[in-house]
Design a protein around this ligand. Structure first.
Ligand code: SF4
Ligand code: SF4
Length: 225
């Protein structure tokens, strides 16, 4: 597969883009999305909030940005009308879009949590004109929201108290995911994210970041509760 061979990407979803996930005053040309994930290295993320963690974050933003441009070019050469979107300049709410595509669930800190990379990934879509693949939509990761309600570690450790105790509903009646919720004060987070060159403390402390198989370990315990 081209995305894996050329760009090292093997986790991909396909879904319809709900209009309500597109940011205000932004425009997406096409209705469907291939959603790609790229992993950040644990060793560097574990240094958060020091420079290596931020640098790793930026490295993946850059690599994934280049990858989706490359894959979109490859698709256009085969007659597929599409629009790539850099992971750092999102036109839509990427974690929610990836969640709708069945790739993972959204943690309290707002980031996607997946079986493959836990919290250590960046997300980027390619918007596509037609439904040329089967949807990968799934609600199987929704248990994460309940797990987060009993954890709260990221909120406790966030250097700027940017993570609220409870999620609030931002947008209602979102196609496929029902509600778009958030517990992040984006302004507080963003200021520190820039100051610290990428922060990533909430990724480092999350129990899902502890080891490579954390997702499967946590879900197996959670299932027994
Ligand atoms: S990136 Fe840093 S500042 Fe932003 S929510 Fe996570 S821990 Fe808090
Ligand atoms: S640290 Fe805990 S509350 Fe925060 S996202 Fe991870 S599991 Fe959820």
């Amino acid at each position: 597969m081209y995305s894996k061979r050329k760009c090292g990407i093997s986790v991909i979803g396909f879904t319809k883009v709900p209009n309500k996930l597109i940011f205000q005053n932004r425009y997406i040309s096409y209705s469907y999305a291939l959603v790609f994930l790229k992993e950040m290295r644990k060793k560097e993320i574990d240094t958060a909030p020091r420079i290596p963690a931020g640098a790793e974050s930026m490295r993946i933003y850059a690599e994934l940005g280049e990858a989706v441009n490359d894959i979109a070019h490859w698709l256009r050469e085969r007659g597929v009308k599409c629009q790539s979107n850099h992971p750092m300049g999102g036109l839509a709410v990427f974690p929610a879009l990836a969640g709708k595509a069945g790739l993972g669930g959204q943690g309290k800190m707002g980031l996607l949590i997946t079986p493959e990379y836990c919290v250590r990934q960046r997300i980027a879509p390619i918007f596509i004109e037609n439904k040329i693949f089967e949807y990968t939509d799934s609600l199987k990761h929704n248990w994460i929201e309940n797990y987060c309600n009993s954890c709260g570690l990221c909120a406790k450790e966030c250097p700027t108290e940017a993570i609220l105790d409870k999620k609030k509903v931002n947008v209602d009646n979102v196609e496929g995911i029902s509600q778009l919720k958030t517990s992040i004060d984006r302004l507080k987070c963003f200021k520190f994210f820039l100051l610290s060159n990428g922060c990533s403390v909430c990724i480092k402390v999350c129990p899902f970041s502890k080891e490579k198989k954390a997702y499967s370990k946590i879900i197996s315990i959670y299932d027994q509760l």
